[in-house]
Design a protein around this ligand. Structure first.
Ligand code: ADP
Ligand code: MG
Length: 617
């Protein structure tokens, strides 16, 4: 009798984490028995820079090691990839001019970045950061981490949300929910415990500024409005100080450091260190040693504040616009929440306090609050925390193209989600059988000024005189902000629906292919599949060639032409049983070339035959 081995080992626990996937920095947190906690890496670092680098031995590294490589191999290192998520190559033409890394010139639609000898999409790069966070969490919690809540800016559109989900999948994480960053920050502060109130979330990070106004009603969050500036953040302060330091250096060292990429990066770091210190102390030194030379400047807060005042001022206009959109005065705002590392700057705090006429929340670390809130949401979804209802808002209107290239809006901007809307449309032509449903996003009236999200056909509707058909189109945005569109012929009940795949996003197949490629062992499978596919192709062309050889067309070939075909055939047959799909494909191509004239002859014969069979009445 055979016995089975029994594994008495306890299954590793599985945990759901919350992730803030930021433009500059990313963090992972989880829900402890006492509350949400940030998870540090094995060296105690709580913040993972959102930087990814391809090392010279071909490994993708993320976080602090990648940030180091920004100094020595900037052309193989990517930062701020969040700006490229869900965007098409055309969308980011201006943006990429500022980056040291290159966009693959052949990338159309989905952007591909060229790092060394590899081309990678933005979700693949974000996935490297997520993998690092997943690994940190698994080590720290001694648990399996396969599910996560990830935060996104409230203004992220469908394509950007999809791309974020793709990144999660590529990192081996099931994304249970995408949560808007301001909502997460409010959760971290436990503001849901209030009964009612209006909350402003002011998020001033590394490269972006966002302001959101949320309403809390019976413990339910509702985002009333969002605004911001996608190119305003701590980076602008750094650039300002960097420019001054470079000029200063030029006169002191009599050298132009600005053409020395590594020198500039190192000086940038020194500038950032000084800036961050000034949030805590009234004066500091900007010190910089490079190639044996030494530079030092005293910097005090008064000078610093004078320099950055215009930058801080630029955050206030979006705040006023957001208040207006939400139809609230500053006095009607009950709580202000500060998010983002740059809100540590005392001048920023003072400006916000003045505008909203109340003291903002700064008790939690502003660069950690979003991750903490994501962990709270993770706790809710994993059943560790009592359920709360979260409502978010859609940042742009959604509609359908109607006659004359006009957009009919179904769901208006700043509607709370989940949201759905149905509208009835009709046909324009007598007996029309198909209706093209074209889904658009944006605030403008004309199709050409809005962003195209999807097109599909509702086929075989009941033929009717123009204007008589009744087509119900329903748009539904789920809790993740992902759009579902259904079109239904009201007479026949025939229905067609799509989950909107953003025009610039990745297709299901592409994501599958990337997952396959990202699993080391999967490489073999992939090779095997490529060989099989090449063989199927070879079978087809060999069969076609043999068929042609039995036809009259074969006899029309010259002797050398026939020998070419025979030799190409032998070549393909020899490669057929090999294990390199590239060789098979090469021989396939050769046979294709050799049979070119033969194929043409066949075609002519076929055409002649067909003409002979045609009857003309
Ligand atoms: P993001 O949300 O864009 O990923 P963070 O919220 O982590 O970014 O903010 C990063 C920015 O915060 C950087 O520009 C960083 O220099 C800045 N920052 C961090 N700490 C301080 C500080 N003590 N004083 C001023 N700025 C700070
Ligand atoms: Mg952030």
């Amino acid at each position: 009798m055979s016995t089975f081995q029994i594994d008495f080992g306890e299954a590793r626990r599985s945990k759901v984490v919350g992730i803030d996937l930021g433009t500059t920095n990313s963090l992972v947190a989880y829900m402890d028995l006492t509350g949400p906690e940030i998870i540090a890496d094995s060296e105690g670092r709580r913040i993972v820079p959102s930087v990814v680098s391809l090392t010279t031995d071909g490994n993708l590294v993320a976080g602090e090691p990648a940030r180091e490589l920004l100094l020595t191999s900037p052309e193989r290192t990517v930062y701020s990839v969040k700006r490229l998520m869900g965007k098409g190559a055309d969308d980011v033409k201006d943006e990429v001019k500022l980056f040291p890394f290159r966009i693959d010139p052949e990338s159309t639609g989905v952007i591909k970045l060229k790092l060394g000898d590899r081309t990678l999409t933005p979700p693949e790069i974000s996935a490297a950061v997520l993998k690092q966070l997943k690994e940190n969490a698994e080590t720290a919690l001694d648990a399996v981490v396969e599910q996560a809540v990830i935060t996104v800016p409230a203004y992220f559109n469908d394509a950007q949300r999809q791309a974020t989900k793709d990144a999660g999948r590529l990192a081996g994480l099931e994304v249970l929910r995408l949560v808007n960053e301001p909502t997460a920050a409010s959760l971290a502060y436990g503001l849901d415990k209030r009964q009612d109130g209006v909350i402003a979330v002011y998020d001033f990070g590394g490269g972006t500024f966002d302001i959101s106004i949320l309403r809390l009603h019976d413990g339910i969050f509702e985002v009333l409005a969002t605004n911001g500036d996608t190119h305003l953040g701590g980076d602008d302060i750094d650039n300002l100080l960097l420019r001054i330091a470079l000029e200063d250096l030029a006169s002191e060292w009599k050298t132009d450091l600005s053409t020395d990429a590594e020198g500039v990066q190192r000086l940038r770091r020194a500038v950032i260190r000084a800036k961050e210190e000034l949030s805590f102390v009234p004066e500091t030194k900007l010190a910089f040693d490079y190639k044996g030379q030494h530079y030092q400047r005293a910097l005090d807060r008064a000078i610093f504040e004078r320099l950055i005042a215009p930058i801080v001022e630029r955050t206030l206009e979006p705040c006023r616009a957001c208040l207006k959109d939400a139809a609230h005065t500053p006095e009607q705002i009950d709580e202000v929440v500060m998010v983002g590392g740059s809100t540590r700057i005392p001048l920023v705090r003072a400006a916000v306090e003045r505008l909203f006429k109340s003291k903002p929340h700064t008790e939690l670390n502003p660069d950690e609050v979003v991750a903490l809130g994501a962990a709270v949401q993770a706790g809710i979804l994993s059943g560790d925390v009592e359920d709360k209802l979260l409502l978010d808002v859609t940042p742009l209107s959604l509609g359908i193209e109607t006659m004359g290239g006009v957009v009919s809006k179904l769901i208006h901007r700043n509607s709370t989600i989940p949201a759905s809307a149905t509208e009835q449309f009709t046909t324009a032509v007598d007996g029309q059988r198909n209706v093209l449903i074209h889904v658009l996003q944006g605030e403008r009236e004309l199709v050409k000024d809005c962003r195209s999200l999807a097109r599909f056909d509702l086929k075989e509707i009941a033929p009717m005189p123009a204007g008589f058909a009744r087509i119900d189109v329903r748009l539904l945005i789920d809790a993740n902000g992902i759009l579902n569109v259904t079109a239904r012929d009201a007479r026949t009940g025939k229905e067609q629906s799509v989950e909107v795949k953003p025009s610039y996003g990745l297709t299901e197949d592409q994501v599958e292919a990337m997952i396959r490629e990202s699993i080391e062992k999967g490489e073999e499978d992939l090779r095997e599949r490529q060989v099989r596919e090449a063989r199927v192709e070879a079978d087809n062309i060999l069969a076609a060639t043999e068929k042609a050889q039995r036809s009259d067309a074969w006899n029309d070939l010259s002797e050398p032409e026939r020998q070419d075909v025979e030799s190409a055939k032998r070549g393909l047959i020899a490669a057929y049983h090999g294990s390199d799909h590239r060789v098979i494909n090469e021989k396939l191509e050769a046979l294709n070339q050799a049979t070119h004239t033969l194929a043409e002859n066949m075609m002519n014969t076929a055409v002649r035959g067909a003409l002979r069979g045609t009857k003309i009445d």
